[in-house]
Design a binder for this molecule. Structure first.
Ligand SMILES: [Zn+2]
Length: 391
């Protein structure tokens, strides 16, 4: 129970206010525990991907026996299914912070009132900046590259402004009845407090194209810092109260990294582009999961994630990839404790590749082309970055 809610009146059946939230601490833990049980017990069906559970981590969660038991259950679920997301709200400045499972982050930093800034609002949209394309267009010149970025940030800002005005007009016309319904004289969805995300695609390829070293090496640090600083300034300079809540993001649409890579190859040719994957399936390496196998590597890479988190105040997500094998939940809990204690990473999740066979109705670890038990190709592959069906 976050301390700022304990004394608030609780909403009971039929919207009546009954007692305070602190009176329901036990029930809240019971609901959390039942939810995790429900999702993990459902093993006769396809792996559950919705609803997305977000577990908020505050220091009390690991200090108190009752909540620790619930947290252990969620790590059991993470070890089996990789399902829950963990929001690291340890620091005082993140007291009121709220996340969605797509990484969208709401902080009490817009009007300053946490209820207005984090509740009954959302994100208008997310426009992705293709950093890699700007680097090809700049032909090796950092000055031209940063100038191109400024121009493209301005284009993204305009696109989001148009979306905002369109939504506002629709609300006025009564075309979005759910969002525009009034409760106690206030509109349900606070459109003016909604974030407008500008995300980035092709970051690691761009760093490599200028520095000729992978992003996680120390030699790339200077350029990475300059780039994130310029991007952050470029986006935040356009933010304007009371309506233009523009924020940087590292989470872009799932298809953006593939589609933009394909378009760049078409436009610039294979000699010029720097992409990952194969000729048939090229993509930009966004949202790369950090393999949990090598502790030295993931700890070092978490420092890069910290940088990206600090930059992407509007939306971010750190993914820690589990190996395609059984996983000890206690080990995961100790990783979570380590992250809570030592890393400024806001939202993270343990990613697990799962393959579900419709014929056997069983789920297997890994990204398998067909069922390892019956050979059927009527399968559903599920990872945190994609949910695709093969049949
Ligand atoms: Zn099967």
């Amino acid at each position: 129970m976050p301390d700022f809610l304990t004394k608030k009146k609780a909403i009971g059946p039929s919207g009546k206010r009954i007692n305070r939230y602190e009176d329901y601490a036990e029930e809240i833990l019971l609901i959390a525990s039942l939810l995790s049980e429900l999702v993990s017990a459902d093993d006769q069906k396809k792996p559950v991907s919705n609803p997305s559970l977000i577990v908020k981590l505050r220091s009390k969660v690991i200090e108190e026996k009752e909540s620790l038991a619930a947290l252990e259950q969620f790590h059991q679920l993470a070890a089996e299914r990789g399902l829950p997301y963990f929001a690291n709200l340890q620091s005082e400045s993140h007291r009121h912070t709220s996340y969605t499972a797509t990484g969208s982050r709401f902080v009490a930093d817009w009007t300053g009132d946490w209820e207005l800034d984090t509740l009954q609002t959302g994100s208008i949209d997310n426009v992705s900046l293709n950093l890699a394309r700007a680097s090809y267009d700049a032909e090796g010149s950092q000055d031209s590259f940063f100038q191109l970025l400024d121009e493209r940030i301005e284009m993204a800002r305009r696109a989001l402004e148009i979306k905002y005005r369109t939504l506002r007009q629709r609300v006025r016309e009564g075309l979005l009845p759910f969002l525009s319904q009034e409760i106690g004289g206030n509109r349900y969805f606070r459109l003016e407090n909604a974030t407008r995300l500008i995300s980035i695609v092709g970051l690691s390829e761009t760093v490599e194209s200028f520095i000729d070293k992978p992003m996680h090496l120390d030699e790339a640090n200077g350029f990475l810092d300059t780039l994130l600083g310029q991007l952050s300034k470029g986006v935040l300079n356009h933010a304007k109260k009371p309506e233009t809540r523009l924020v940087p993001s590292t989470v872009s649409s799932l298809i953006a990294k593939e589609r933009l890579a394909e378009l760049d190859i078409e436009h610039c040719g294979w000699e010029k582009v720097r992409v990952q994957g194969s000729k048939e399936q090229p993509y930009y390496a966004d949202m790369v999961a950090l393999p949990l196998v090598d502790k030295g590597v993931w700890r070092k890479r978490m420092r890069i994630e910290e940088k990206l988190n600090r930059f992407a105040s509007g939306s971010h997500l750190t993914r820690l990839q589990l190996p395609d094998a059984g996983q000890d939940p206690d080990e995961l809990l100790s990783v979570t404790r380590e992250i809570m204690g030592g890393y400024e990473v806001g939202l993270f999740t343990y990613t697990r590749n799962l393959t579900y066979c419709a014929n056997c109705q069983k789920t297997f670890y890994g990204d398998l082309p067909k069922c390892s038990r019956c050979g059927s190709t009527d399968i559903l592959i599920s990872t945190k970055s994609s949910h695709r069906s093969i049949s």
